[in-house]
Design a protein. Structure first.
Length: 256
């Protein structure tokens, strides 16, 4: 049920879905209500164009990132750095046999740097899988192996591979943190994800410092290329809308 609902919401929150529905409904109505059908098709194309432009995508990204603040103290030695998953392309990894990462891989890179520089003796990798098939790849296991390849000893890596979303990241991490007796914590995740992630961790009683990474929004510099429709902008805007909806759900459920 969890996987089914997440897929349905992904579909409904996509501007691509809105645009195609408007165009499709408009085409059906043109046989009997031509004027309304035409306007719906124009509106659908307008939605597709608007969300495919860089100003729209960048504006939405700035909106979701504006509440992200780093409280990381470079002079502090933390008990552990918590790196949240969401950076492995599981299908591509399974096909190639090698770790294949998304744009969010900066989470792992910055977490690695904190440990390598001696700012934390332990790293907690939190991230499971939505794949219910036997033998499905678990993200935390992949990331732990990557850290080992970069020279981090296995005894300094704690793996949490049961969580499937941010709420479960916090719950499962809290359990391990309590067992380890850690107090000074550093949470690493993407700028767009940090406000919800921090709120979720605080809701389970944890008060980590934060290290914001994977910042994607940038300053406004008008140029012709900004108005060219691109699929990447459509995808970025969809990700931002999904995050905004996720925050609303978490607030309504009392999870953050």
């Amino acid at each position: 049920m969890f996987v089914f609902l997440s897929k349905v919401l992904d579909l409904l929150l996509a501007p691509l879905t809105w645009g195609l529905l408007l165009v499709g409904v408009g085409a059906l109505l043109r046989r009997g209500r031509a004027r309304l059908g035409t306007w719906l098709q124009v509106l659908g194309l307008g939605v597709l164009y608007a969300f495919s432009t860089e100003p729209m995508a960048n504006g939405l990204q700035r909106w979701v990132e504006e509440g992200a603040v780093s409280t990381y103290r470079p002079g502090e030695v933390y008990d552990a750095v918590i790196v949240l998953g969401g950076m492995v392309d599981a299908d591509a990894t399974q096909r190639s046999g090698l770790p294949e990462y998304t744009l969010a891989v900066e989470r792992l890179l910055r977490g690695f740097e904190v440990v390598r520089e001696g700012r934390a003796p332990q790293v907690l990798i939190s991230g499971g899988t939505l794949d219910t098939r036997p033998g499905a790849l678990v993200e935390a296991d992949i990331l732990a192996k990557q850290l080992q390849l970069w020279g981090i000893p296995p005894e300094r890596i704690v793996v949490e591979g049961r969580s499937r979303n941010t709420r479960e990241n916090a719950l499962e991490s809290e359990r391990l943190i309590r067992e380890k007796g850690w107090r000074k914590l550093l949470l690493v995740t993407s700028a767009a994800h940090m406000p919800r992630a921090l709120g979720t961790f605080e809701a389970v009683g944890l008060k980590p410092d934060t290290l914001v990474v994977d910042v994607r929004a940038h300053e406004w510099h008008p140029r012709l290329a900004w108005w060219q429709p691109r699929a990447s902008n459509l995808s970025a805007g969809t990700d931002a809308l999904r995050e905004l909806f996720g925050r609303w759900v978490y607030r309504m459920r009392g999870w953050a």
